[in-house]
Design a protein around this ligand. Structure first.
Ligand code: AP5
Length: 209
């Protein structure tokens, strides 16, 4: 199954992609994770992306589209993939359609007020890539899964969160209409418990486990 997860920053795309990709046995391809890894390794793509990510702006399509095209051509994507964070605008969606056919686009909807609280309290494990919220952690410094030190993402600060939301509404939210028009859109309420959101996504995809 070739899937895309849409939704604003903090909607739970990464959280749900981890669960659903495992349930379906397909790789989770997150452009945000790819850029953060490239930045950590100081590759040319990472160094180019940094200034955009720091401001909450989109990395230029010339960089992003080629990176995704290459990743989807790898062997592990032959039987399906779950794209998280791509496409982010209409040009990316149109480019994707030239090199891959989607089965569904799942839009995880959450109101802006909730997103700010989610993103401000998010903690990330750089070792096992686990994503958590301080409200659910007994010790907000240590990963409950692998024991590594948790970090706060550089773009989870109030000014950058505000810009990411604004960029989402301007550039990314039109994609729901784009995929609805193609008959591929599945709408899911992201303002439920994480388990209920996972169940709603699998139901929308008509997957019985
Ligand atoms: P990216 O990493 O894609 O960030 P994003 O879209 O802003 O999304 P997030 O990762 O912030 O949120 P999420 O929806 O995955 O939520 P999560 O599951 O973590 O992109 C970062 C940057 O990279 C961009 O700004 C851009 O610069 C660049 N970039 C990436 N892709 C690009 C592209 N295609 N083109 C150009 N540039 C690109 O959950 C958030 C929090 O909420 C967590 O604390 C979690 O525990 C909690 N939570 C999750 N679900 C629930 C729930 N049901 N109830 C309560 N809390 C919940």
């Amino acid at each position: 199954m070739n899937l895309v997860f849409l939704g604003p920053p903090g909607a739970g795309k990464g959280t749900q992609a981890a669960v659903v990709s495992q349930a379906l046995g397909i790789p989770h391809v997150s452009t945000g994770d790819m850029f953060r890894k490239a930045l950590k390794e100081e590759t040319p793509i990472g160094l180019k992306a940094k200034a955009f990510m720091d401001k909450g702006e989109l990395v230029p399509d010339s960089v992003t589209i080629e990176m995704v095209k290459e990743r989807l051509s790898e062997d592990d994507c032959k039987n399906g993939y779950l794209l998280d964070g791509f496409p982010r605008n209409l040009d990316q969606a149109e480019a994707l359609a030239t090199f891959s056919q989607l089965d569904a686009a799942v839009n995880i909807a959450v109101a802006d007020e909730k997103l700010i609280a989610r993103l401000s309290g998010r903690r990330f494990c750089p070792k096992c890539s686990g994503t958590f919220h301080v409200s659910k952690l007994a010790d907000e410094k240590t990963c409950p899964d692998c024991g590594a030190e948790l970090i706060q993402r550089a773009d989870d600060n109030p000014a950058t969160i505000a810009n990411r939301l604004s960029v989402y509404h301007k550039e990314t939210s039109p994609l729901t209409a784009f995929y609805a028009q193609k008959g591929l859109l599945k709408e899911v309420d992201g303002d439920q418990s994480m388990d209920d959101v996972s169940a709603a996504i699998l139901k929308a995809l008509a997957v019985n486990l």
